[in-house]
Design a protein around this ligand. Structure first.
Ligand code: AMP
Length: 333
């Protein structure tokens, strides 16, 4: 697809002020351009690139925000240790044809640190990471709502790596009648199975090696379901048991829930999410897989593996190519 870039600025423009962002995007939309948006916290990897490519393939103007949102970190969490690498991120944004990299200072997003409005999504935020990180999803929902208001995208792209976050954002967009299509993109893994995460940079070599047990646990659970197991409790226990074999990894939760509303199930049927969180040293990692269970059998989506191209998402010639390994492509539902 050929897209027009009415910003008349070749390459990636770095914008730090909300007013400038709005003015540029108002002008672009005024000329009929559509905006695709990818919210991030930076330290880019192939997961982020996948989202950028999906946005690039579908929209005239691609905006990526890079903002480590203090509101979604609890006391004692890793806000200060969160990886930051602006120069490398700018390079990635350029390679992926991003038009605007929005990098607001904290004061720009939260003037005088005086945010009186918080967006809270009920029910979906209660279990999984919501239990271990109270207030986390309020911080996510609030910043996403603010960014949606500032950017005014037609489509926003999120990774299925953060499955609960994707469910929360979809629901907030629907409940608040936001005219924004929320698209979920495949979870991207390292060749050894570890889900890509900016936080992987904070793992020591021994922790990095140990962390592969997380995706091994999911794969073991997937094998069990493929072999016919339909009891969510048994699948959960098998996944948890694999993770507890690794002394450097502390399991926080392994859960088997309905993918749509993240509720517990009696029996595996329909679209099922198997989600895990674990601490490896000081680093908290999450991972998941989706399983579609119907009378004919079960199909497992563990995402895609980096090093090979991701679906039919077009990308610049200069970047490495990817192949799908069973992962569903980006989809609005
Ligand atoms: P973050 O910068 O970690 O807040 O993530 C920004 C976006 O990238 C979110 O929509 C994440 O779900 C997505 N993302 C992060 N890691 C991955 C991954 N391994 N695969 C796919 N998407 C990812």
């Amino acid at each position: 697809m050929k897209h027009r870039n009415p910003l008349h600025a070749p390459g990636t423009v770095v914008v730090v002020w909300a007013g400038e962002l709005r003015a540029r995007l108002d002008a672009a939309r005024g000329q009929g351009a559509t905006v695709g948006f990818v919210p991030t916290m930076g330290a880019f990897h192939e997961g982020h690139r996948t989202l950028m490519r999906a946005a690039r393939a579908a929209h005239d103007v691609v905006v990526v925000s890079l903002f480590v949102n203090p509101l979604q970190f609890g006391p004692g969490e890793d806000l200060d240790r969160y990886p930051r690498d602006f120069e490398a991120d700018l390079q990635v944004a350029r390679q992926e044809g991003v038009d605007i990299l929005f990098v607001p200072p904290v004061d720009e997003m939260y003037p005088a640190h005086h945010q009186l409005t918080t967006v809270h999504v009920e029910e979906l935020t209660e279990g999984l990471c919501g239990s271990a990180r109270p207030g986390h999803f309020d911080g996510v929902a609030t910043v996403v709502a603010k960014l949606f208001g500032l950017v005014g995208p037609a489509t926003a792209y999120f990774g299925r790596k953060d499955a609960q976050q994707l469910a929360v954002v979809r629901r907030l967009a629907a409940d608040l009648c936001l005219p924004i299509e929320v698209v979920g993109c495949p979870l991207v893994r390292e060749p050894d199975g570890l889900a890509l995460s900016s936080r992987n940079r904070n793992l020591s070599p021994a922790e990095r090696a140990a962390a592969t047990v997380i995706s091994r646990g999911l794969r073991t659970g997937a094998d069990l379901v493929r072999a016919g197991e339909r009891d969510p409790g048994r699948v959960r226990r098998v996944v948890a048991n694999v993770l507890t074999t690794e002394p450097l990894v502390r399991l926080e939760y392994a859960e088997v829930v309905r993918a749509g509303d993240l509720r517990p199930l009696e029996r595996l049927e329909g679209e099922v999410l198997v989600a895990v969180a674990a601490r490896v040293g000081d680093v908290r990692l999450i991972d998941n897989m989706t399983i579609r269970v119907d009378p004919a059998g079960a199909s497992v989506d563990l995402g895609v593996t980096a090093e090979e191209p991701i679906g039919d998402i077009p990308r610049p010639e200069s970047t490495p190519t990817f192949t799908v390994q069973g992962g569903a492509p980006c989809a609005a539902r």
